[in-house]
Design a protein around this ligand. Structure first.
Ligand code: IMP
Length: 185
């Protein structure tokens, strides 16, 4: 089992990452190292700058992960501001912003940044879906109670096993683990 550090304050992210990593003989270990989230439209850049900052501090191979919820009818808002918006207005606030909207399409995008002494790499995962009319389910975290993946009818918070199988995070971590297994050789 190869252990790699994951700088985040969110244990849900580590748990979800480890579900996939196990298949590859990899384990993520959470470390709480704060890093500045730069203001940018592009979450790949946010992850890249974040992981460079953390690597400079700890000088060990490490990943960071940045996720955004991009809502069509709001021109991609909250996107890179998803954490701030969640803190300020939560799922209820998003539902209010969309109350008169027929277009409820949205996308989660996750970017994982990896850095060691020689390499900086970014891995992206996405999932399309819709924003529900009301909060449903109690599992997961963040916007999980209002996100329904395309062609399904349950929110991530109602069906966490489904989330683990298909989520934006799964897609990004799968790509990372595939690459990292080879990078180790
Ligand atoms: P960050 O990647 O920690 O900056 O997360 C941005 C915001 O999106 C936070 O409010 C998280 O709670 C939320 N978020 C991140 N990942 C997920 C997810 O998988 N499901 C639902 N909400 C998420």
């Amino acid at each position: 089992m190869k252990t790699i550090l994951f700088a985040t304050s969110n244990p849900h992210k580590v748990r979800e990452g480890n579900k996939i990593a196990r298949e590859f003989g990899i384990r993520f270990e959470q470390i709480n190292v704060d890093y500045p989230e730069i203001r940018d439209e592009n979450i790949r850049k946010i992850a890249a700058e974040g992981v460079k900052f953390v690597f400079e501090r700890i000088k060990k191979p490490v990943i960071v992960e940045d996720t955004g919820l991009f809502i069509d009818a709001l021109n991609g808002f909250p996107g890179p501001y998803s954490a701030y918006v969640y803190k300020k207005i939560g799922c209820e606030g998003i539902l209010k912003l969309l109350q008169d909207s027929d277009n409820r399409d949205a996308e989660f995008i996750t970017a994982i940044g990896f850095k060691d002494s020689s390499t900086l790499r970014i891995f992206e995962g996405r999932i399309s879906g819709t924003i529900s009319k009301e909060k449903r389910g109690t599992a997961g975290f963040g916007y999980d109670p209002i996100f329904i993946p395309k062609s399904l009818d349950k929110t991530f918070a109602e069906d966490p096993e489904m989330k683990d199988r298909i989520s934006h995070r799964r897609n990004a971590f799968y790509k990372f683990c595939q690459w990292f297994s080879n990078h180790l050789r």
